[in-house]
Design a protein around this ligand. Structure first.
Ligand SMILES: [Zn+2]
Length: 214
């Protein structure tokens, strides 16, 4: 029973850590112009997000930013013209962007698209898909379109939560081990720290004398 409670607590702490790290990446991870790469997928070339791009789109630009714990894709029908995307008068200029954050794996994402056909019910405005901007975001030095995602990427989230859960568990377990050794060295009960001078077992918690000095 206690083990089950500990596992649940470790999972919860792992999930909390996953969100904290993902939001940290969303806030501070660098995706500046020195590590971006713009590209237009050739025929048949796939970037993994292709399923999000409707078949009738003519992709003009695909900006791919990659930084520590962050991945930012900006897909548009507008064509990159040197340093800016340029409107082509004769066709639509639909755009969407997507940010995935988290470490070691990307655990959460937000998506913004400006195409009503991609977003028939205005879902792009929902916090679930779009994430949110904290109040007074400007005060913590936020620039550009940084947002905190709400939607988890299931596999990445589960793996990150497991990694952090195990890490938190190991820290607690390691600390207990070290503490028990200190206590034994000081002639105290390894389980509760009660002074065992001249005693056989621990009168405080009932730990046997066999544990002492082992
Ligand atoms: Zn004790």
């Amino acid at each position: 029973m206690r083990a089950a409670v500990r596992i649940v607590v470790a999972c919860l702490l792992g999930a909390v850590m996953t969100v904290v790290v993902a939001w940290g990446c969303a806030t501070w991870a660098h995706t500046g112009s020195d590590d971006f790469d713009y590209d237009v997928p050739g025929p048949g070339e796939r970037y993994g997000l292709d399923s999000r791009v409707p078949g009738d789109w003519v992709t003009g630009t695909w900006l791919r930013h990659r930084g520590f714990g962050i991945e930012y894709d900006w897909v548009s029908e507008m064509v990159w013209m040197g340093s800016l995307p340029g409107m082509m008068g004769d066709r639509q200029n639909r755009t969407f962007h997507r940010v995935a954050v988290g470490w070691p794996l990307h655990a959460m994402e937000w998506v913004c698209d400006r195409d009503v056909r991609l977003d028939p019910r205005g879902a792009g405005q929902s916090v679930w898909l779009r994430g949110f901007k904290p109040i007074r975001a400007g005060r913590i030095g936020w620039t550009g379109d940084r947002r905190l995602p709400v939607k988890p990427l299931m596999l990445g989230f589960a793996i990150d939560a497991a990694v952090y859960g195990v890490a938190v568990w190991s820290l607690i377990w390691g600390w207990r081990l070290v503490r028990a050794k200190w206590r034994v060295r000081g002639g105290r009960c390894p389980a509760c720290g009660y002074d065992l001078a001249g005693l056989d077992g621990c009168p405080e918690c009932g730990a046997g004398s066999a544990m002492v000095g082992s």
